[in-house]
Design a protein. Structure first.
Length: 158
């Protein structure tokens, strides 16, 4: 019975080890460009584009097949002489604005870009209103004045 348990543990360990080794071997390919400027542009672009499958990973870091296809297209378009804007436009047309980590400023993204400033201004206005309301002295009505005077009279008497 103990031997079966030991064999099962070894088998599980081996499967885990093989899984880790296969994940580690699935490294992302390295691109070699003749022009160092193209290599820099490739690196910059692949770090600015989001993988549609992985959602919060760049295509440079993603091991998904769609990210590999996107990297391949970026490299081919760079070698064909396309500008960074043309490459981004192509990928946005194919995958949508979501593919850009920094969405462009357009009427559709005004709230995205301006929203934090609007919220910050609104929060500042509310904070200023509350502080001002607390620091503005208010007059006591007759009942409050009588109660205050009675408390003060009690304090003055030993």
């Amino acid at each position: 019975m103990a031997q079966r348990l030991i064999r099962a543990m070894w088998l599980v360990g081996l499967v885990v080890l093989l899984g880790v080794a296969s994940a580690a071997s699935a490294t992302i390919e390295v691109r070699d460009f003749d022009d160092p400027q193209l290599a820099r542009r490739y690196t910059t672009l692949t770090h600015q584009l989001r993988c549609p499958k992985c959602q919060n990973e760049t295509i440079a870091a993603s091991a998904s097949p769609i990210a590999a296809d996107m990297r391949e297209r970026v490299a081919a378009m760079l070698e064909a002489g396309r500008s960074d804007r043309e490459i981004q436009d192509f990928l946005v047309q194919r995958f949508g604005e979501y593919v850009l980590y920094r969405p462009r400023l357009s009427p559709r993204t005004w709230l995205l870009w301006g929203g934090p400033f609007v919220l910050l201004g609104l929060g500042g206005a509310i904070l200023a209103w509350r502080v001002r309301r607390r620091t503005t002295p208010r007059t006591l009505d007759a009942a409050e004045r009588r109660r205050l005077n009675s408390l003060l009279d009690r304090e003055e008497r030993p």
